[in-house]
Design a binder for this molecule. Structure first.
Ligand SMILES: NC(=O)c1ccc[n+]([C@@H]2O[C@H](COP(=O)([O-])OP(=O)(O)OC[C@H]3O[C@@H](n4cnc5c(N)ncnc54)[C@H](OP(=O)(O)O)[C@@H]3O)[C@@H](O)[C@H]2O)c1
Length: 293
């Protein structure tokens, strides 16, 4: 597909955070977008369950590009059932990607900074991988198969993807602080955030340019969870004194889910696509400013 020309896209995992944003982003650019779902009630969705896949509905379509977002994304779920999660996240994902590639579809696979062990600051795309948990190992297995099988795919490794509304830990803090309740935020864990809109834009540009290889996207630095909670309180005029710091123990968050260095080296994507690589504090500042009043 030529740069600037719209085409036909398939979003695999249309109900996911990234997949939902990709649909909006690509439709705004004039693309025809179809999305897979496990929800039979979703109008227009192409049914696909990677746990027990029937690829017939997907193979009825012709797509210029496909964004592979569907996965078991809970690291704990992958760890506790490696066989089932590997079947979905690796074997059946690769089977789908091969079928799409055979029909001329260019692929963008959503991978993760969990392919690293987090012991090296700012790893670039060529840095040695060493996943510490099953989720990261599964992402790496797909990446390696893409390379081995020469699939027409870009691998987009992202850090912590944030929605533009309060979800997860941010929702918990926001609601508690608004009710005047204290919150505990980790003093010994950090995040490298990236907004979902930036992930969608990067994935689309990789697809449009028919790029291959590995690409990193995150923020240019990290921010501790305690500092993030304090920033939220300040930004929303919520009581700062209710934000309490807590050193997380291994019992709360096992070592295999923690990275000393969470930020990826993102020069390649910044230079080539180009994509903005924003400061962690600026990302959170803009995010918190947009939270509901
Ligand atoms: N979010 C992050 O911070 C982050 C960071 C690094 C990498 N990534 C990667 O980026 C991609 C998108 O992440 P996300 O956070 O947007 O995902 P998400 O919101 O957690 O959604 C995951 C999607 O996968 C689908 N799925 C799970 N099992 C499936 C199965 N057996 N068959 C078909 N679909 C299945 C889910 O379908 P249901 O809705 O039906 O359950 C859901 O739509 C994932 O590959 C993820 O690993 C995300």
């Amino acid at each position: 597909m030529e740069q600037g020309k719209s085409g036909r896209a398939l979003v695999v995992g249309g109900d996911s955070l990234v997949g939902s944003e990709l649909q909006v982003h690509c439709r705004k650019l004039g693309w025809t977008v179809e999305a897979t779902s496990r929800r039979t009630e979703m109008p227009g969705a192409v049914f696909l369950d990677l746990g027990d896949p029937d690829f017939t509905p997907v193979q009825r379509g012709t797509y210029d590009v496909a964004f592979v977002c569907a996965a078991i994304t809970s690291m704990q779920a992958c760890q506790s059932d490696p066989a089932r999660s590997r079947r979905i996240n690796v074997d059946n994902t690769l089977d789908l990607m091969r079928r799409l590639a055979d029909r001329g579809t260019h692929l963008v696979f959503l991978s993760s900074s969990q392919v690293f062990d987090g012991e090296t600051p700012l790893p670039d795309e060529a840095a040695p991988t060493a996943p510490k948990n099953e989720y990261g190992a599964q992402k790496l297995a797909v990446e390696q198969a893409i390379e081995r099988q020469k699939l027409p795919a870009a691998v987009l490794r992202v850090t912590k993807v944030l929605a533009d509304r309060p979800v997860g830990v941010f929702k918990g803090w926001f609601e508690a602080l608004a009710k005047g309740q204290p919150v505990q935020a980790a003093t010994n864990m950090a995040l490298s955030p990236v907004m979902v809109a930036d992930v969608a834009a990067a994935a689309e540009r990789l697809a449009t340019g028919r790029h291959r290889g590995v690409w990193h996207l995150g923020s240019s630095d990290d921010i501790g969870y305690f500092d993030a909670a304090r920033l939220m309180a300040e930004r929303r005029h919520l009581p700062l004194s209710l934000v309490q710091g807590e050193e997380l123990t291994d019992a709360q968050v096992p070592e295999i889910y923690r990275h000393r260095y969470v930020t990826l080296g993102c020069e390649k994507i910044a230079r080539t696509l180009p994509m903005p690589v924003r400061r962690a504090r600026d990302i959170l500042d803009a995010l918190f400013a947009g939270f509901p009043r």
